[in-house]
Design a protein around this ligand. Structure first.
Ligand code: HEM
Length: 521
């Protein structure tokens, strides 16, 4: 045998240079990739690394890149990538595929282990990080409490107080000084205080006039960012770092501790109040309502309540604030829309029978603001607070458009790209046109799977109603009193992360309006 191979090897060694062999291997890979490109949709898949190099090349415009590729591929493309571990699946904007995953085959497309493993330290088994029975239990409890008239009244009151006692004071101070402020930062502070008040019944005080740094809020922000880092590196990098307690994992441990200590103390203090007062009838925040509702069954342990509240804060913290920042930016670039909103607010104020110096909108008045609701929905369509989401595949499946997805795959849906897809929203899909939401003078909602901004199906956002009330209360009160002037020369661009922040914030000035002359901008 060796006698036969040796002459052959000798011949190859003498006549074929190493470079020729390398070239041969490369040609095989390139022709495989070229065949793949010709026979499938989607971006070029590189040898070995698949889609990863293309993602890195387009990192600073990843959402627009995905939109272009999805348009080229007819709405869905498959991907695979090797980044110290295998990743594979599909990316889609097809509403039928989204309905299939989020409703029809809900149990085959959970959040999954990949997500849960990375968020476990921070969120424990909280609703945002749970599947199956653990999720169902929390969902049921949260829905019952949040849809109660008691919570609706409590949240309306707390939002109103926060707007009038804190937010408008800050704006007034900025307007008087003729200075400018980062409106996105102000909104982030507002929603953090607001969601903590709703979930825990505790106001952390981020929205004080001097805009202080609040340790709990800072720790929460860092815990989110450092957890997201785990999605960008392979497990064999972050897991040993966690065990050895070094680098970002060391920092993560510290900030998670701060968040958990705050939450644990709030839960145990409330438990003590419960025992002392023999109930929590006076309190309407979610934590107190859950404790009270659970009085006899003892189903909700303190750990469950802590995890529940932390998940809730994560879900409701930044979503409506970034939505408001994009909304005010769009108004700046579309003054006719701003005028129409002002007309609507003006009419509602004029319908009042009693005049007052300080207009405080009631929930009924906010409900009548149909055009404002349309403008906020349109702004969220173009700039969805959660631009992409994904689900894990439990068993091999076929999506309605024929895409085969293997067990263990991740199917990503790009909500940002959906808004820019002509087959979904028409030729004017890229335009900011609140009128598309108005039929016969009234706001008309859209199919959840076409407008997946608040997710859809059994996991539809629980805070949707709360978020609209919050956004309308803020927008109507600011617009009534100020013309928001965007400072010229700043770069407005999205930050490439899981929440659609403005990368550089939104610097604005406030020009007080003559409330009598609402029609003049
Ligand atoms: C404009 C504002 C908001 C938007 C665009 C939004 C969007 C979303 C989206 C896309 C999800 C699904 C996330 C996922 O499963 O990966 C979600 C879930 C959720 N949202 Fe919202 N949200 C907003 C405001 C809020 C607020 C203010 C609250 C709390 C008061 C809230 C509470 C929740 C909760 C608890 C879930 C988890 C539901 C579940 O998994 O069953 N959201 N939201």
């Amino acid at each position: 045998m060796l006698q036969a191979i040796y002459p052959l090897w000798k011949y190859v060694a003498e006549h074929v240079a190493f470079a020729d062999i390398a070239m041969g291997i490369m040609l095989v890979f390139i022709s495989r990739a070229a065949i793949q490109r010709l026979t499938s949709h989607g971006p070029f898949l590189w040898p070995v690394f698949g889609i990863i190099p293309t993602i890195f090349m387009n990192m600073n415009r990843i959402y627009d890149w995905a939109t272009d590729e999805l348009a080229r591929s007819g709405g869905t493309f498959e991907y695979r990538g090797m980044w110290f571990g295998r990743a594979y699946g599909a990316i889609t904007v097809d509403p039928a595929n989204i309905e299939y995953m989020l409703k029809t085959r809900f149990t085959n497309f959970p959040k999954g282990k990949y997500y849960r493993e990375r968020f476990a330290d921070f969120l424990g088994a909280g609703i945002f990080n749970a599947d199956d029975e653990v999720w169902k239990d929390q969902r049921r409890a949260a829905t019952a409490e949040m849809h109660s008239s008691r919570f609706a009244e409590y949240s309306a009151r707390t939002i109103r107080e926060l707007v009038h006692d804190k937010l408008l004071r800050i704006l007034e101070k900025v307007a008087e000084s003729k200075g400018c402020v980062d409106l996105q930062d102000v909104f982030l502070r507002f929603t953090f205080d607001n969601i903590c008040t709703a979930a825990f019944g505790v106001d952390p005080g981020c929205l004080a006039v001097d805009l202080p740094e609040v340790p709990f809020a800072k720790a929460f922000e860092q815990a989110t960012e450092l957890t997201l880092f785990r999605f960008t590196v392979p497990p064999f990098v972050w897991k040993p770092m966690k065990v050895l307690n070094v680098g970002s994992e060391k920092q993560l441990k510290v900030v998670i501790r701060t968040v958990h200590e705050f939450a644990e103390k709030t839960v145990s203090d409330r438990r003590a109040d419960f025992r002392k007062l023999n109930g929590l009838n006076e309190r309407s925040d979610l934590l107190s309502r859950l404790m009270q509702a659970d009085d006899l069954k003892s189903r909700f342990s303190d750990t469950f309540l802590k995890d529940f509240c932390i998940s809730f804060i994560l879900a409701g913290r930044d979503t409506s604030s970034v939505a408001l920042a994009w909304f005010f930016w769009l108004l700046h670039t579309h003054p006719t829309v701003e005028n129409r909103i002002l007309d609507e607010i003006n009419k509602i104020v004029k319908q009042r029978t009693t005049k007052t110096d300080n207009v405080v909108f009631s929930v009924d008045e906010l409900k009548k603001m149909e055009y404002l609701q349309a403008a906020l929905s349109e702004s969220l369509r173009l700039y969805p607070s959660v631009p992409v989401d994904f689900k894990e595949v439990i068993e091999d499946d076929v999506l309605p458009d024929g895409t085969y997805v293997k067990k263990g795959a991740r199917v990503i849906y790009s909500i940002y790209s959906m808004a820019r897809t002509e087959s979904i929203w028409g030729k004017d899909c890229r335009e900011f046109r609140p009128e598309r939401w108005i039929k016969d003078g009234f706001f008309m909602s859209e199919n959840q799977y076409k407008y997946a901004v608040f997710n859809a199906g059994p996991r539809l956002c629980i805070g949707k109603k709360f978020a609209y009330m919050q956004m309308k209360m803020v927008a109507a009160n600011i617009l009534l009193r100020y013309h928001v002037v965007v400072v010229a020369g700043q770069e407005i661009a999205p930050k490439m992360t899981t929440t659609l922040y403005m990368k550089n914030g939104l610097k604005v000035r406030f020009k007080p309006r003559d409330i009598e002359g609402l029609n003049s901008i």
